[in-house]
Design a protein around this ligand. Structure first.
Ligand SMILES: Nc1ncnc2c1ncn2[C@@H]1O[C@H](COP(=O)(O)OP(=O)(O)OP(=O)(O)O)[C@@H](O)[C@H]1O
Length: 360
C-alpha cells in the first residue's frame, strides 16, 4: 500500500505543486492520477521513489516512511516507466531489460534468460531482443520499458504517462496488455495520465487533481462518472460521461429475448423478419434479410454481416453497441464459447438503465 499523508510540495521558486494532499493507494490495484497539465501529478508520483521529497507530510510504502529508506534500496522495489520508455540507446533491447537483474547480482546469462522471458510476457517476439531501441516502433519501445520495470519483480510500479507518445490504436493495445499483465501480476500500480479516458479504462481507483495540487475527487470510475464531486470534475470527465458509464454497468439484469436462429447448410422458408444464421456450433455468422427464401442449403454469401456480439453479462455498453450495429436492430448475445444465447434491443438496454436510476 502507498499512502500520502498531508503531503505538500513547494518548489524553491515558490510554486506549490502539491497542496496538503492525502490519498491511499490500495495494494494490488491500478490507481490513476489524472488531471490537467501542471496539476502536480508527476511531483506526487516522484515522491514515492524519492526522486522528490515533500516539503511537509509523509509518504508511506507498506507502512514505512520512504524518508527512512535508503533511496537505492527503496527503488529496487519500485519499477518506473516513463513516456518515450527512456531506454539505453546503445544497448540491445534484451540487454536493456537484462541490466536490472544484473544490478541485483544475477549473472549475465541468468539476467538475459529473465529478460527474454519478460519480453515474451509483454508480447514482444524474441528476435526483437537483438535490435537496438531506435529500430523499434514507439509502441514496442514502451513494451520494453514495461518489461524493464518488471525485471526486478517489484511490488510497486510507477507509470508516468507511459503511453502518451503513441497513436490511439497502439495505445489501446498497450492499455489492454497492461490490464492483462496486471491480472497475472497483481502489482500496486500508480499510473499518471492527463487523459480521462485512459484513467477510466485502467483505474480501479481514479484520483482527479486540479491546479495547485488539490485532490478534486478520488473514486472508482463508475462513481466518478455518475457523481462528479464538483463543476471542475464534471467538466474534466467530459460531456459523454453518461454513455461512457455504460462500460461499468454489467448486463446481468438485461432480459434475453428468444430467437430461433437458422442453421447454415439447410434450406430456409420465407419469413417476414430478419433471422440470424448460425454454424454447427451455434456461432452467429450473419443475418438473413426479411422475405428471403432459400431453397438450396443456406450459405454465408446469402447473409448480411452482423453487428458486434455481446458476451453474456458483459458491460451494458457492449449490449447497446450490439443492438445498434446489427442490421436487424437485435443485438446478438453469446455465451463464453461464442454460442448464440439470445437477442436484446436498444430499448431493453435503456429500460435496464431507467430501472437502475429509479431504484431508491
Ligand atoms: N523543479 C521545479 N521547480 C519549480 N517548479 C516546478 C518544478 N517541477 C515542477 N514544477 C511546477 O510544479 C507544478 C506541477 O508540476 P508537475 O510536473 O508535477 O505537474 P503534472 O501534473 O505532472 O504536469 P504534466 O501533465 O504537464 O506533466 C507545475 O506548475 C510545474 O511548473
Amino acid at each position: 500500500m502507498i499512502e500520502f499523508q498531508a503531503v505538500r510540495k513547494e518548489y524553491p521558486n515558490g510554486t506549490v505543486a502539491v497542496h496538503e494532499l492525502s490519498l491511499s493507494v490500495p495494494e494490488g490495484t491500478i490507481t490513476v492520477l489524472v488531471g490537467p497539465s501542471g496539476c502536480g501529478k508527476t511531483t506526487l508520483m516522484r515522491m514515492v521513489n524519492r526522486m522528490i521529497d515533500p516539503t511537509s507530510g509523509r509518504v508511506l510504502v507498506d507502512g514505512a516512511d520512504v524518508r527512512d529508506r535508503d533511496p537505492a534500496d527503496l527503488r529496487r522495489g519500485i519499477g518506473y516507466v516513463i513516456q518515450q520508455a527512456g531506454l539505453f540507446p546503445h544497448r540491445t533491447v534484451l540487454d536493456n531489460v537484462a541490466t536490472v537483474p544484473m544490478l541485483s547480482g544475477a549473472t549475465r546469462r541468468a539476467a538475459r534468460a529473465r529478460a527474454a522471458e519478460l519480453l515474451d510476457r509483454v508480447g514482444l517476439p524474441a528476435e526483437l531482443g537483438r535490435r537496438y531501441p531506435v529500430q523499434l516502433s514507439g509502441g514496442q519501445q514502451q513494451r520494453v520499458g514495461v518489461a524493464r520495470a518488471l525485471a526486478a519483480d517489484p511490488p510497486v510500479l510507477l507509470m508516468d504517462e507511459p503511453f502518451s507518445a503513441v497513436d490511439p490504436v497502439v495505445r489501446e493495445d498497450l492499455q489492454n496488455e497492461l490490464l492483462r499483465l496486471q491480472d497475472e501480476l497483481d502489482k500496486t500500480v500508480l499510473f499518471v495520465t492527463h487523459d480521462i479516458d485512459e484513467a477510466i479504462t485502467l483505474g480501479e481507483r481514479v484520483a482527479v487533481l486540479r491546479q495547485g495540487g488539490h485532490l478534486a475527487q478520488y473514486a472508482d470510475p463508475d462513481h466518478l462518472l455518475a457523481e462528479p464531486a464538483d463543476d471542475f470534475v464534471t467538466t474534466f470527465v467530459g460531456r459523454d460521461r453518461g454513455y461512457r458509464r455504460l462500460s461499468f454497468v454489467d448486463s446481468a439484469a438485461l432480459p434475453l429475448r428468444h430467437a430461433d436462429p437458422v442453421p447454415l447448410g439447410e434450406p430456409v422458408a420465407d419469413a417476414p423478419d430478419w433471422r440470424l444464421a448460425v454454424d454447427a456450433d451455434r456461432r452467429p455468422r450473419g443475418w438473413l434479410p426479411p422475405g428471403t427464401a432459400v431453397t438450396d442449403p443456406l450459405t454465408e454469401d446469402r447473409l448480411v454481416a452482423g453487428g458486434s456480439l455481446h458476451p453474456e453479462h458483459g458491460p451494458l455498453r457492449g449490449a447497446l453497441d450490439a443492438a445498434l450495429s446489427a442490421p436487424s436492430g437485435l443485438g446478438v448475445v453469446v455465451d463464453a464459447d461464442g454460442g448464440f444465447r439470445g437477442v436484446v434491443t436498444a430499448d431493453d438496454v435503456l429500460a435496464v438503465l431507467r430501472d437502475a436510476r429509479d431504484r431508491p
